[in-house]
Design a protein around this ligand. Structure first.
Ligand code: GDP
Length: 297
């Protein structure tokens, strides 16, 4: 909460300052909309929010700052959408482990997220197994294994570079089933050289894995600091595989928390987790109310 507040203050404080002016005229509303856009909220949600606030100020006939702040809070919460199901499907059924695929462009924080999430699950006494299906960069498997060692979880990886990512994923699930683990997490490659290649690779991973066990969660990792550009890449992933949840990383490094809303609107998938730093404990479930509170308190 405190860390979210730090990252988001700009948006909330800016809006409150605007709406606390003596007279709330059209110029103020334009500035409010501008502030929302600057915070990466996206144009449609920004417009919706301004229109809702504008009509409430008119209908309720008040410009009292405390009251307007309350309206802002309520309208922000609506665009963040507190009713989305943000629970993670980490458990399997029928003797199968839960299968979590983690996808996204290189450098967004996939491996780090797998490590952090593994740590949380270990703390909850879950048995798990990691799979290094990013076989294109040798360093990627090393990095995942380092995280695994750090949190006390084993990593399945290929001995040689350039192995088939799908076969590593398959081996991981098979091994996970044999061991009877609760959850298997697969870290995938994020080379976005062309959509067809990506589609082939992710599609094959999913197909092959599902021969062994149903995939319970596909997490798309997005770097919050890349703003609207990150969204373009996100859309490509969403086209090639059914995403069930978003992990928004590096929220500690941006004041543009509005990207949460833009992503959910564009992809129609809830933000489930947020990354708030590079350390093992810097992962938190996304909480709509806490997020909005952090914005404006
Ligand atoms: P991958 O290529 O998608 O697997 O990305 P990595 O997990 O290797 O992360 C890339 C870089 O981003 C690393 O330096 C991480 O420490 C850093 N990183 C990951 N998540 C966060 C986060 O939430 N906040 C910050 N500040 N850095 C992060």
């Amino acid at each position: 909460r405190e860390r979210l507040a730090r990252s988001n203050n700009m948006l909330g404080k800016g809006l409150l300052a605007l709406l606390s002016r003596d007279k709330i005229d059209q110029d103020v509303w334009d500035e409010v909309e501008e502030t929302l856009l600057m915070a990466d909220l996206g144009s449609e949600p920004s417009m919706r929010l301004v229109e809702a606030l504008q009509s409430r100020v008119r209908v309720e006939g008040t410009e009292d700052p405390a009251h307007v702040k309350q309206m802002l809070r309520e309208e922000l919460l609506k665009v963040v959408n507190p009713d989305l199901d943000r629970s993670l499907k980490l458990d399997g059924a029928d003797g199968n482990p839960g299968v979590v695929l983690v996808v996204g462009v290189n450098g967004v924080g996939k491996t780090t997220t797998v490590g952090k999430l593994a740590r949380v699950m270990v703390a909850e006494d879950k048995q798990l197994l990691l799979g290094a299906a990013d076989t294109f960069r040798a360093a990627a498997a090393d990095q995942l294994q380092t995280w695994g060692n750090r949190v006390g979880v084993e990593t399945v990886r290929s001995e040689k570079d350039g192995a088939d990512p799908a076969s590593v994923a398959f081996e991981t699930i098979k091994e996970g089933k044999q061991r009877g683990v609760d959850t298997v997490m697969i870290d995938t490659a994020g080379r976005l050289q062309n959509k067809a290649g990506l589609m082939d690779q992710l599609g094959k991973i999913k197909r092959v894995v599902e021969k062994e066990a149903p995939v319970t969660e596909v997490l798309l990792v997005i770097d919050a600091t890349t703003g609207q550009n990150g969204m373009v890449q996100a859309k490509v992933f969403a086209e090639v595989v059914d995403i069930t949840g978003i992990v928004l990383t590096k929220l500690d490094g941006t004041a543009k928390g509005g990207i949460v809303v833009a992503i959910q609107e564009t992809l129609g998938v809830p933000v489930k987790l947020v990354g708030l730093g590079e350390g093992p404990d810097d992962l938190a479930p996304f909480d709509a109310e806490g997020f909005v509170d952090a914005l404006i308190d």
